[in-house]
Design a protein around this ligand. Structure first.
Ligand code: HPA
Ligand code: ZN
Length: 330
């Protein structure tokens, strides 16, 4: 039995495995510029975030119907459950779909179909987080939030993703203020490729409660101190960092030093179909490559539930935390 954990940094579009991409392409009459799944996998060699994003957005062309989004999410939930994920807070990128003519309603209803049955079918509780694409104008984010208003009963929070450098958080001040007024929780990608200042700005200007990646905080000791004191969780994604060359090798990843510094670190998969592994694979990788022992792994699992938005269901959080403490490593 795998260590129970929550996944807090997971783009549902990044769980599109090549086999499913081809199946959906056939179902929807979409042609992909790859001969087969092997040829597609060959394209999974990334130089940086942008080179990944180009393929990530390209493959989304196969996602067209409610059923497609439901199938995508259901396949993810099955894989996640098999790796010990008990709770998942799932990002989606509506602008990447509405821009292709796929309505918000199709996306949210489709994902909602899978998430609605997730506890029963997979034993995984879920939350949905709507991400704004930071390389599109702030007005587009505001329109997207407006389009999401009929579905806010299914959406826990908002996030900010896509190409980071040159797109600082402060551009999205107004949409985050509006989201907060609507009672939505707030997270943002910051400090993945962007500088530590973007992390500070996400906290100060956007009021985020949790930072996605946040890796580059290690360059600013005063910021580390602030994150430790305020107990701001970081959703780290070690295999993603290697594939997008944010770190050279996993053995160089600062996770152990970050834990030692007292940061509230969590380990997540980001875009598992593209980066070589799901949540449990990331845990296994940091165990094997960074020498993290049982105490550290249990801390990471505990942190994942502490950092989750289960505040609205403390009973469930308490139950999950008890599972972590009772877990016996094989
Ligand atoms: N970073 C930024 N945007 C993204 C990512 C990521 O790792 N994955 C999907 N959108
Ligand atoms: Zn991400």
């Amino acid at each position: 039995m795998p260590l129970p954990k929550a996944e807090l940094h997971l783009h549902i579009e990044g769980t599109l495995e090549p086999e499913l991409a081809f199946a959906l392409a056939a179902r929807n009459g979409v042609s992909l510029p790859y001969a087969d799944t092997d040829a597609l996998r060959e394209a999974y060699r990334f130089q940086d975030l942008q080179s990944f994003l180009n393929l990530y957005y390209e493959l989304m062309a196969v996602l067209r119907t409610e059923r497609d989004f439901a199938d995508l999410a259901d396949a993810y939930l099955a894989r996640a459950a098999a790796q010990g994920v008990r709770h998942a807070e799932i990002f989606f990128d509506p602008q990447a779909h509405t821009a292709r003519g796929v309505p918000m309603e199709t996306v949210v209803r489709g994902l909602g179909r899978a998430l609605g049955g997730s506890v029963q079918n997979h034993g995984v509780s879920t939350r949905l987080i709507l991400c704004f694409l930071r390389d599109r104008p702030a007005e587009s984010a505001l329109r997207t939030l407006e389009e999401a208003k009929p579905f806010l009963d299914r959406i826990t929070g908002v996030g900010l993703d896509s190409a980071e450098v040159g797109h600082p958080p402060a551009v999205f001040r107004e949409v985050y203020e509006t989201a907060a007024a609507l009672g939505l929780r707030r997270v943002a990608h910051a400090g993945e490729e962007g500088p530590p200042e973007y992390i500070t700005e996400a906290l100060d200007v956007l009021g985020v409660e949790r930072v996605d990646h946040g890796l580059r905080c290690v360059e600013d000791p005063a910021l580390v101190d602030r994150l430790v004191r305020a107990r701001i969780p970081l959703t780290l994604c070690p295999l993603s960092n290697v594939r997008l060359r944010t770190v050279d090798r996993l053995a160089d990843h600062p996770l152990p030093a970050m834990l030692d510094a007292g940061l509230l670190c969590t380990v997540n998969s980001d875009d598992p179909a593209y980066f070589g592994g799901y949540a449990g694979d990331n845990f296994d990788a940091v165990r094997d490559e960074l020498g993290l022992g049982e105490d550290h792994l249990r801390t990471l699992a505990r942190n994942s539930f502490l950092a989750s938005f289960l505040d609205d269901d403390e009973e469930l959080r308490t139950r999950y935390l008890a599972e972590v403490e009772a877990y016996e490593f094989p």
